[in-house]
Design a protein around this ligand. Structure first.
Ligand code: HEM
Length: 361
């Protein structure tokens, strides 16, 4: 395995100048076979076919444009988000990450995938609940396995997601891996805002006024970071996709030189700025660094021809969910608590947190 950690090396690996898109798709499909067998994913993430890529990308772009910040879809999404957060708040307490997974899934399905349904729609448990379904996806991402069969998952999702009569519509494709990446960004942002006081107010301002302008505005008079700066810094320090691998199908003599599997280490490369110099205290969470002229390098959404089409939409959507969670889990009605410090084996910043109903004064 050849690990890429510099801006130039990651850029060359993800956007190689002399490799056709078809070959990139082949490599990604090879790396993602397990998604097909384990979950029943059929989209471009597991396909070598250039036509499948074009059709899927077009449908994703259409989905996103219907929910852009200046559309009626976004206004509906704001209300679905408020209702989704309320719906999953616990009567006593619950695991924080599980809560964020359920809320994000609910908003994605009710708000984005069912635009004509009621905005206060509830995803009724069938044989699997929302929590169980999100656990299947999360467990699969972490371990590569699940005890639920793809057809079981498919039949549960089919009841919640209205697909067109289009024969290609596969509900798993509309959930994974999009939702799986999104909730991680939301969870990390809530925790970073809890730990870093300068992050709270820009997100709460965005909660009250969830517009494009507010998302990018610094707070006067202190000119602190905007909500967009905070999300960028979370993506830099806690990228939901930590590595991207490509099994380069090169001739044998070249693989001896280059090593067959190349891996872009996203977290490591984001310790540099766009000109390739190491930034100051790269492991510290400092949203204000996004206000400098020379920005940190960001590869959280990939690079090159297979770069994420949600790059400019997902940050605002994640900020919306985060801000509405912060507004309700504010220490008055519900509060966020860390449950263990000593000897912690936590791999992610959002582990070992719970949401508790605050006791009445
Ligand atoms: C925080 C949220 C997200 C992150 C961090 C993220 C990250 C990424 C990354 C790293 C890739 C490149 C994969 C590769 O090179 O193999 C990618 C591709 C992709 N993402 Fe996202 N993504 C996010 C959310 C979404 C959402 C919400 C959608 C759908 C609406 C989406 C749709 C896609 C698609 C369709 C591709 C494949 C692009 C192509 O093949 O040309 N992503 N994403």
């Amino acid at each position: 395995m050849s690990r890429k950690t510099t801006v130039q090396a990651v850029n060359e690996m993800l956007a190689p100048p002399d490799v056709a898109v078809q070959a990139l798709l082949q490599m990604r499909a090879k790396e993602n076979r397990h998604l097909e067998h384990g979950l029943g994913v059929q989209s471009t993430f597991v396909s070598e076919d250039i036509g499948t890529h074009a059709i899927f990308l077009e449908s994703v772009k259409e989905l996103l444009s219907r929910n852009g910040m200046k559309t009626p879809g976004w206004k509906r999404l704001v209300r679905v988000t408020e209702q989704g957060v309320n719906h999953f708040l616990p009567a006593a307490s619950c695991d924080f990450a599980t809560f964020i997974r359920c809320v994000t899934f609910h908003i994605w399905v009710v708000g984005v995938l069912n635009p004509d349904g009621p905005q206060d729609g509830i995803l009724q448990s069938t044989d699997l609940s929302v929590e169980q379904v999100t656990n299947v996806f999360f467990g699969f991402s972490e371990t590569g396995g699940t005890s639920v069969t793809p057809s079981h998952l498919h039949s549960t999702l089919k009841r919640w997601i209205t697909c067109d009569e289009d024969a290609h519509c596969n509900p798993v494709d509309l959930i994974y891996p999009m939702c799986e990446k999104l909730w991680r960004l939301v969870a990390a942002t809530v925790i970073c805002a809890q730990r870093c006081p300068v992050s709270k107010n820009p997100l709460l301002d965005f909660c009250d006024n969830p517009t494009e302008r507010q998302f990018r505005s610094s707070r006067s008079p202190d000119h602190g970071p905007s909500a967009a700066d905070i999300i960028n810094e979370v993506l830099r320090v806690h990228p939901p996709v930590q590595e991207i691998s490509r099994p380069y199908g090169l001739p044998l003599w070249q693989t001896l030189l280059m090593e067959r599997v190349q891996m872009a280490d996203i977290k490591a490369v984001q310790e540099f700025d766009r000109e390739g110099e190491r930034i100051q205290e790269p492991q510290e969470f400092v949203p204000g660094r996004w206000q400098s002229e020379l920005k940190p390098a960001i590869f959280a959404f990939g690079d090159g021809p297979l770069k994420c089409p949600a790059e400019s939409w997902a940050p605002a959507f994640a900020a919306l969910i985060t801000s509405k969670v912060m507004d309700r889990v504010n220490g008055v009605g519900h509060k966020l608590e860390q449950i263990s410090h000593i000897g912690s084996t936590a791999q992610y910043c959002w582990e070992e947190w719970v949401i508790r109903k605050a006791l009445a004064q």
